[in-house]
Design a protein around this ligand. Structure first.
Ligand code: ATP
Ligand code: MG
Length: 412
């Protein structure tokens, strides 16, 4: 049975923290809308007629081919700032009779999909959740839920049953100022804030597990990112560099295209290996990485550095090592993983799909010059004295920077 009123498919995009941002709220919402529109354009087969608009605290997408709904919802779920997404039906009429008819139609389709009832299938259990954003509407939310529930039970007698404790289908009927949404499912987004709302950072991206997660976490809080990767070619392979590009492409799926600056750290590593105590190798290399990353940050107008360090995880990440590493840069260093255990970092890596690529066994530049017994309690004066054996550091830095290759990495 078709309803008399118009009924069409919509995607409802909810945002979490963005809605708490007070005066900045319209700016945050506009940015989020821009990201949703950009995601729309990337899905083949979604024609120009598709519209995404801000509407009373939600972003609503209309006019796309129904079979593209799931793909679009998946794409929106990767946009930072999005809390959840539902694919639903929209009713233009707010008459109770039309709402009931719309809900019946929805549940009829659900029953068909579940094959209910049959020899192996008990009636589909459901519960109606009424929500009334427009408080001027004469019927209360519980009254609306009761009417809709009764209409569904009557129309689909034997096929459905009410279960208020653990229903298979939670049927949401959301009455708004101009329309009604009906839906029964929510796809979770990652939350966070839209990219571009919180400065720009240069992320030091290795091929490991941690730095992609750190990058993702900062981007999730709205920071735009560019990546710097150091290799030690020919001691490290081209395949190892491709692995970093692959990781960057996965991150670009969340952040939009990323500029990846790759360069050869070997000139610095060779000088350190030749002129400095072996136990200080790791920390001296880390200081070089930070200095060079900062130069790139200043050139690219980024105000932050990002690393995947976690306190105590390895020799270069003891409290003393981090303190000595920090001393070479003036920019704030973001270390979102600092207080996290490895198992929790791995969980995120798996959730965001970087893990499988990170564990591919290609060598990192740091492992090429690994000291047998790294110094885990470096003292700044000693490190600086050892570094002075290298002479004018800017000459080595220039040599490393001269090997820079910038790749624009698109989403995977
Ligand atoms: P990851 O899993 O991110 O490689 P890690 O546990 O191997 O980290 P370290 O080798 O001490 O730890 O590196 C600490 C941080 O230094 C990394 O998280 C990353 O931000 C940066 N870093 C390490 N190696 C490189 C590299 N080759 N290029 C760019 N940054 C690097
Ligand atoms: Mg590493």
């Amino acid at each position: 049975m078709e309803t008399a009123c118009s009924i069409s498919e919509v995607i409802i995009v909810r945002y979490g923290e963005v809605s708490l941002k007070g005066m900045n709220r319209p700016w945050f919402e506009e940015l989020l809308l821009k990201r949703v529109r950009a995601a729309l354009k990337k899905i083949p087969g979604v024609q120009n007629g598709t519209q995404a608009v801000r509407e009373d605290g939600l972003i609503v997408v209309r006019g796309y081919p129904d079979e593209k709904g799931k793909e679009l919802a998946e794409a929106f779920s990767k946009i930072f700032g999005v809390a959840s997404i539902s694919i639903g039906k929209e009713l233009a009429s707010r008459e109770l009779g039309d709402i009931c008819a719309g809900a019946v139609e929805w549940m009829k389709r659900v029953c068909e999909q579940k094959g209910a009832p049959g020899e192996t299938r008990a009636p589909v259990t459901f519960k109606v959740f009424g929500k009334r954003a427009d408080k001027t509407w004469p019927v209360t939310s519980p009254e609306m839920a009761a009417s809709v529930g009764a209409a569904v039970l009557k129309a689909l007698c034997g096929k459905v049953a009410v279960d208020v404790h653990s229903p298979e289908v939670s049927l949401y009927v959301h009455l708004r100022r101009r329309n009604v949404f009906i839906y029964d499912d929510r796809l979770k987004g990652f939350g966070g804030l839209p990219i571009g709302t919180n400065g720009k950072g240069i992320t030091l991206l290795s091929g490991g597990i941690d730095s992609p997660v750190a990058t993702w976490m900062m981007a999730k809080r709205g920071m735009s990112v560019e990546a710097v990767h150091f290799h030690s070619y020919p001691f490290t392979s081209k395949r190892a560099e491709e692995k970093v590009e692959d990781l960057t492409a996965i991150l670009a799926g969340y952040c939009g295209r990323i500029r990846l600056h790759s360069m050869n750290l070997l000139p610095a590593q060779e000088q350190i290996a030749e002129k400095c105590p072996e136990a200080m190798m790791t920390i001296l290399i880390r200081r070089f990485m930070m200095r060079i990353a900062e130069q790139i940050a200043l050139r690219e107008k980024a105000g932050f550095l990002i690393t995947g360090e976690s306190l105590g995880q390895v020799a270069s990440q003891t409290a003393a090592s981090i303190s000595v590493t920090d001393k070479v840069v003036g920019l704030p260093v973001m270390r979102p993983l600092i207080g996290m255990d490895k198992v929790d970092i791995i969980k995120i890596a798996q959730e965001i799909d970087t893990y499988e690529t990170s564990i591919l066994p290609y060598e990192d530049c740091c492992t090429v010059f690994l000291p047998r017994r790294p110094n885990t309690s470096p003292v700044l004066e000693n490190i600086e004295r050892a570094e002075s054996a290298l002479g004018d550091l800017s000459i080595i830095e220039k040599e490393v920077l001269s090997s820079e290759v910038v790749t624009i990495v698109n989403p995977a």
